[in-house]
Design a binder for this molecule. Structure first.
Ligand code: ACO
Length: 319
């Protein structure tokens, strides 16, 4: 027994900010951002992440033909929820209704792959029949907008899937290597009088070149590993749906893999890096564009803070 995706959904908040817009508030340019990352514009949540994540979840439920009351879990992958507590999953439940358990997964940009792995375990164990998995991020709330290095890379949005028993997930691999320094964001310190005041800020920090090397190596290793575990060859792969961190990372990884670059789907030009949300947004957009058809073999791959990684092979079954 395995699991299948019965429905997909996605939501990008309406405000779209171009590289030209950013060059008016930061010492940057469209040429610099687009040539180094492939990003041309990104969406920003003006009214919080919760309504965006709920909209993606509602779309996935509608596509699957279920109501929220038929879900046994709501899982949300995120590092940028509106509240530290309640979880984004509980906030989404407040909007969508339902009474099932709801919890967040904190695995950074690999969060959607971690969610698939958790969902498979819950469904295979008999603990759940159907799960709504949403990956949503408001990365605009995590970066320092007075600095140009990290702020230009990210965007906001959410993607969602409904999961249930099926035979689609042929293989999955998740991992972590417990390294904080290349990519981290501290929580705000409290005002406990017995604890020294925290040094540094609470924005997202990244060593771009370190992440670049890690990402390319991890994608190549994980994609080859899940293809082998699924018993499929590179020629059989219809599409790779990689985490949308940076077009140059995708190009470098595709050159090291026996899969031609045109099979690597990307939408980063209009979304920026939406962290955990990038793979399910890409999946939903590719379906809406008519690219994904029953019987196709899809490879997903992601990497992120932690340092976490994840990849899987899916034999798509929905028309
Ligand atoms: N606009 C203009 N100039 C900039 C900007 C900007 N937004 N940001 C940095 N620069 C300048 C720097 O100040 C530096 O100037 P200097 O040479 O005068 O000192 C110059 O550009 C080069 O800076 P680098 O940081 O060395 O730039 P690099 O070529 O490494 O590109 C980038 C940075 C795009 C982040 C690259 O390291 C990269 O692709 N890293 C991969 C990491 C990534 O994309 N992560 C995504 C998020 S993480 C995740 O999803 C898991």
């Amino acid at each position: 027994m395995s699991i299948k995706i019965s429905g997909t959904g996605s939501c990008l908040p309406p405000l779209s900010v171009t590289n030209e817009d950013l060059s008016k508030i930061l010492d940057t340019s469209h040429e610099w951002i687009s040539s180094r990352t492939g990003i041309e514009s990104r969406h920003i949540c003006e009214n919080g992440l919760t309504p965006v994540a709920a909209e993606a979840g509602a779309e996935a439920l509608k596509d699957a033909g279920y109501t929220v009351d038929e879900m046994d879990y709501i899982l949300c992958a995120t590092v940028s929820p509106d509240y530290a507590t309640p979880s984004l999953a509980c906030m989404v439940q407040q909007e969508l209704g339902g009474t099932c358990p709801a919890l967040d997964i904190g695995a950074a940009c690999s969060g959607f792959l971690y969610g698939l792995d958790m969902a498979q375990a819950l469904i295979e164990s008999g603990k759940a029949k159907r799960i709504l998995l949403i990956a949503g991020e408001s990365m605009s709330s995590t970066v320092d907008w007075t600095k140009r290095d990290v702020s230009v890379l990210f965007g906001d949005g959410a993607g969602a899937v409904v999961l249930e028993e099926g035979e689609e997930l042929l293989s999955i691999r998740i991992g972590a290597s417990g390294r904080a320094e290349p990519l981290f964001m501290k929580r705000p310190g409290g005002n406990c009088p017995y604890v020294p005041k925290q040094d540094g800020d609470v924005y997202l920090h990244m060593d771009g070149q370190e992440i670049y090397k890690f990402a390319v190596n991890a994608m190549v290793r994980d994609i080859l590993s899940v293809m082998e575990a699924a018993g499929i060859s590179a020629e059989e792969v219809d599409y790779v749906l990689p985490h949308q961190a940076n077009l140059r990372i995708l190009d470098a990884a595709s050159k090291k893999l026996p899969i031609p670059p045109e099979k690597f789907l990307h939408n980063i030009s209009g979304t920026g890096n939406t962290s955990a949300a990038s793979v399910p947004i890409l999946l939903d957009e590719a379906r809406k564009a008519g690219k994904i058809k029953a019987g196709q073999l899809l490879v997903m791959s992601a990497f992120g803070a932690g340092l976490t990684t994840g990849a899987c092979v899916i034999k798509w079954s929905k028309d």
